[in-house]
Design a protein around this ligand. Structure first.
Ligand code: NAD
Ligand code: LMR
Length: 333
């Protein structure tokens, strides 16, 4: 059994955290031999709710869960953390685009970036879930200059899981048979869910998804739009944004980053662009990544056709606009 690591979850009294905390405590993210101390950050008015969440965590009776620290102080929450799930922020309501959330949420990620800079381990792995996730991750990293920029990531794993599930349903196979679908760009309606490099395992043999689906119109329009609009569809039906699936995706993202991906397989993560695939630098853009020893690398050399190129350009432009907007919001505070 290893020494416990400190893990912070922000927005700990909220919906996503409610599902995420169980996964962390049960060992399904950091593994069955990794005890954890949980730091639970929320705002002062939520401390009583958080007390109830802590009672439930205690009542899980799970051996990997060691200390639990509820707090409204980022300086306490981020002390010596090895992993950070930045969930806390206002969710999108019906009719809002993620961009609308910048004004409400940018300041949170500035404050938390500074707290990470001062208090976290320098190798901390940061996953931003709170929307607009990509630009919030960018804000956070800019306010934490002592932590490497590659330690800040944004969640597009929910989009990947949605895309994988949609392809599996179309092909009438279980979801584990579909691999290597890619989410490019922003976690927003401009994202590009790309099945061009995806594979499906049919009776033990691996085949390219496009040739098995054999319907470019479905892949290039129906499929793409379904994934782009899925978050809005959940909000419209539930009157609240996705939470169970978002928490599962956050666990998947961190587990793969912590433990690694299998040879020949990749996952999508929002990471600081290094100019790969001609994407502008200094935006947090979702790329396919392969992970080994806790380090991810953007998968290189995948062919990009004209359609994909135009979609990549739309979503990268949106991220550049969000970056400008974030700078405006933070300067006017
Ligand atoms: P929620 O409203 O249920 O919970 C948010 C929690 O954050 C609340 O308890 C709130 O008090 C807390 N909070 C607010 N400001 C805070 C601060 N400064 N510090 C710490 N905590 C703070 O919302 P939720 O459903 O859990 O969603 C959280 C965020 O995740 C939203 O922004 C939502 O849009 C986003 N989200 C992202 C994805 C994704 O795929 N990236 C998916 C689903 C939801
Ligand atoms: C989602 O994709 O479900 C979340 O980001 C919530 C939203 O605002 O769409």
């Amino acid at each position: 059994m290893s020494e416990p690591i400190n893990v912070v979850v922000t927005g700990a009294a909220g919906q996503i955290a409610y599902s995420l905390l169980y996964q962390l405590a049960a060992g399904s993210v950091f593994g069955p031999n990794q005890p954890i101390n949980l730091r639970l950050l929320d705002i002062p008015v939520m401390m009583t709710v958080l007390d109830g969440v802590i009672m439930e965590l205690e009542d899980l009776a799970l051996p990997l869960l060691r200390e639990i620290t509820p707090t409204a102080d980022p300086n306490v929450a981020f002390k010596d953390v090895a992993a950070a799930f930045l969930v806390g922020s206002m969710p999108r309501k019906e009719g809002m685009e993620r961009k609308d959330l910048l004004a409400a949420n940018a300041e949170i990620f500035k404050v938390q970036g500074k707290a990470l800079d001062q208090h976290a381990r320098k190798d901390v792995k940061v996953l931003v879930v709170g929307n607009p996730a990509n630009t919030n991750a960018w804000i956070c990293s800019h306010h934490a200059p002592s932590i490497p920029k590659e330690n800040f990531t944004a969640m597009t794993r929910l989009d990947q899981n949605r895309a994988q599930a949609a392809l599996a349903a179309r092909l009438n196979v279980s979801v584990d048979k579909v691999k290597n679908v890619i989410i490019w760009g922003n976690h927003s309606s401009t994202q590009y869910p790309d099945a061009a490099h995806a594979t499906v395992n049919l009776q033990g043999s691996t085949k390219p998804v496009p040739s098995v689906v054999n319907d470019d119109n479905w892949l290039n329009t129906t499929f793409v739009e379904k994934i782009q609009k899925r978050g809005a569809a959940v909000i419209s039906a539930r009157k609240m944004s996705s939470a169970m699936s978002a928490a599962k995706a956050a666990g998947d993202h961190m587990r793969d980053w912590w433990i690694g991906t299998k040879p020949g397989e990749w996952v999508s993560m929002g990471v600081l662009s290094d100019g790969s695939y001609g994407i502008p630098r200094d935006i947090v853009f979702s790329f396919p990544v392969a992970i080994e020893n806790g380090q991810y690398k953007i998968v290189q050399g995948l062919p990009i056709n004209d359609l994909a190129r135009s979609k990549l350009s739309i979503t990268s432009k949106e991220l550049e606009e969000e970056r400008t907007e974030a700078n405006n919001v933070l300067q006017n505070k």
